[in-house]
Design a protein around this ligand. Structure first.
Ligand code: NAI
Ligand code: A1CAB
Length: 277
């Protein structure tokens, strides 16, 4: 590994930009340590202008690069074509870290001419504001301790990391924290609609819901009590909250959450097969 690690991103869209922003603004990385290969000129300009990183249009312009870590940040559907170009440039001692949903280590390794040091991660979109959760699966026998430290440092720049023991856990973490922001937005969306039905205008409904969510999360963060205790504290006996919760329970919302996350896990497994083609 270089004394000052070098990182190359393949793809410089939303997620790569979020990670690079975190690496430079919070993670202690210098712009000189990072290069991006990105087809889109606007994305390249943005990365160069705002963060000072070098951005190349394609891998042909980047053949001289020899990074410690390649980060795969293109969409899953673009990955096969991207790896066909990348494959000849990857050396055995370099880590290839994927943030793409659904593509297994076996598939990525296959597309990289059996490259061994492949690490798989499952980020989530709050990474865009530095509050992400990233699941990381790195086969520990083939990724050194120094490499693990570097991977941890890169992803800590956009939130918290959870190191997983098996690759199968990437699918279950996808069902919780990967897709989870969508579940939260779903509840926010429908609570906003409920507020509209009760007569609030759009702006007030949004304000009520947004601040109720951020306030409740801040309270849970600040409190040592678990969320069920916090919930009970809001719920007066025979009061309004109890009336609402009785309906939620009767509708089986608790069970729906379990079944929904099971469906997400199953879909992740199916996607792995579909995307491998
Ligand atoms: N768990 C989750 O919620 C999330 C996971 N992800 C994963 O992150 C990855 C990136 O997603 P986004 O940043 O949202 O996508 P994006 O579309 O914003 O960025 C991808 C970029 O790759 C570029 N690109 C495509 N092929 C290329 C190639 N061969 N060489 C160079 N550049 C190329 C495109 O021009 C584009 O700017 C995806 O694989 C996705 O699965 C992203 C967001 C959230
Ligand atoms: O919906 C998806 O398939 C991806 C994985 C986790 C979040 N988005």
């Amino acid at each position: 590994m270089h004394t000052t690690p070098q990182i190359v991103f393949l793809g410089g869209g939303n997620m790569a930009t979020a990670i690079i922003t975190g690496m430079i603004n919070q993670g202690g990385f210098a712009p000189q340590q990072i290069v991006v290969v990105e087809h889109n000129a606007d994305h390249r300009d943005h990365l160069h202008r705002t963060l000072g990183v070098t951005a190349f249009e394609n891998l042909a312009a980047a053949v001289h690069l020899s990074p410690d870590v390649w980060i795969l940040a293109v969409k899953p559907q673009s990955m096969k074509a991207a790896l066909a170009e990348l494959s000849p440039l990857v050396k055995a001692d370099q880590v290839v870290l994927s943030i793409a949903a659904g593509l297994t280590i076996a598939t990525l390794s296959e597309w990289l001419q059996k490259h061994k040091k492949v690490v798989r991660t499952m980020p989530n979109t709050p990474a865009l504001v530095g509050k992400g959760v990233t699941g990381i699966y790195a086969p520990l026998s083939i990724v050194s301790e120094n490499e693990q430290v570097l991977i941890n440092q890169i992803l800590l720049a956009v939130g918290v990391n959870v190191w997983l023991q098996t690759e199968a856990e990437i699918d279950t973490i996808a069902a919780i924290s990967g897709s989870g922001p969508a579940y939260v937005f779903y509840v926010m969306e429908h609570l906003t609609a409920a507020a509209r039905q009760l007569g609030f205008d759009e702006e007030t409904a949004k304000l009520l819901v947004q601040n109720t969510f951020s306030g409740a999360v801040a309270l849970a963060d600040a409190s040592e009590d678990p969320v069920d205790v916090l919930r009970e504290r809001v719920t007066s006996k025979g009061g309004t909250t109890a009336a609402a919760l009785a309906v939620f329970n009767a509708q089986g919302i608790d069970q729906a959450l379990i079944q929904g996350t099971q469906a997400a896990t199953e879909r992740a497994r199916e996607l792995a097969v579909e995307l491998a083609k």
